[in-house]
Design a protein. Structure first.
Length: 314
């Protein structure tokens, strides 16, 4: 394969050095539905990082990531009235939506440059226990790249703020995926005897991939914590600056002499930035402190999420 990826860190993709034909297909996807384009990019990034934690080699990681980028390419031909619907899909509409797998597969197979990545488009909604679509195949017939993409796809779709779904938290989403990885209930035959078929010992998705997703999720949260801590330090610096301005402001407001008022006003101005004005100093101080408290509270929540994820088992 000639495609080269520029990995600027172990957890993110910097750029997709993709073939011009692939770029054209992706630009078509973006022009029809911005959400699907962003979703595809996110799924590709998660897939790449899952491959790293699963200790896949570089060649497979690159291949699998491109498959993930293209996994929803068939949605180009799904009617916008369905693809962009803001409410839940009807049963009929859902059947139409499901065809994006076979449409995407045909698109890839018709183009020699896309053909190597066809498996991701066709199989990313298949389930290990045979309950998926479009073909209802089981674990032995589902390519591993598609198994990885399915986990990344479900995680991104649930946690993202979709047009027709409520945003769900990380821990709650991981618990949903843990449940999907659990074996199916044993089936009852018509005579009441229970059979233990191969698929009943499997869940919909692979446990090992879900475990890797725990690590990816922790990476994301810890990165967010680090970024927020940096911003909190910035806020504290800003609060110190405005607090000094507020001292001059209060003296200005309590002064009887116009000369003193002017003197302290200049003191306030010396502490302010270009887009700030003297009269807004109390509001700025209040807003900064409010913002600091909100962000400190959110960091505590993020630390709590990391602890909860570390306690998850599958």
């Amino acid at each position: 394969m000639n495609e080269q990826f520029d990995f600027f860190s172990k957890t993110s993709l910097k750029s997709y050095n993709l073939d011009e034909k692939v770029r054209y297909q992706l630009s078509m996807l973006d022009s029809l539905d911005a959400y699907t384009r962003k979703h595809s990019e996110n799924v590709a990034s998660i897939t790449c990082r899952l491959c790293e934690y699963l200790k896949m080699d570089e060649g497979f990681t690159i291949y699998c990531t491109i498959c993930a980028y293209l996994h929803d390419i068939g949605k180009i031909f799904i009617p916008p009235s369905i693809l962009q619907k803001t409410s839940s899909l009807t049963a009929e509409e859902y059947e139409v939506m499901k065809t994006h797998t076979t449409i995407g597969y045909k698109m890839c197979m018709k183009d020699p440059k896309l053909r190597p990545y066809a498996a991701g488009t066709l199989f990313h909604h298949e389930a290990l226990n045979g309950s998926g679509y479009p073909n209802g195949i089981t674990a032995k017939d589902i390519p591993y790249e598609a198994q990885i993409i399915r986990v990344a796809d479900e995680f991104e779709a649930i946690t993202a703020k979709r047009q027709y779904k409520t945003h769900v938290g990380i821990v709650e989403t991981l618990n949903m995926l843990i449940n999907d990885a659990k074996p199916s209930p044993i089936k009852d035959t018509s005579d009441g005897l229970k059979i233990l078929a191969e698929e009943t010992r499997l869940g919909k998705i692979d446990r090992k991939i879900v475990k890797a997703l725990f690590k990816v999720s922790i990476d994301d949260i810890e990165y967010e914590i680090a970024a927020r801590i940096d911003y909190i330090e910035y806020l504290k610096t800003e609060i110190t600056r405005i607090k000094e301005a507020l001292k001059y402001y209060n003296k200005m407001m309590s002064s009887k002499s116009e000369n003193k008022k002017t003197y302290f006003r200049e003191g306030v101005k010396a502490c302010l930035r270009r887009n700030e004005n003297v009269e807004s100093v109390p509001d700025i101080y209040e807003e900064l402190n409010k913002s600091l408290k909100e962000r400190e509270a959110h960091i505590k929540k993020l630390y709590s999420e990391v602890k909860q994820i570390k306690k998850l088992s599958i």
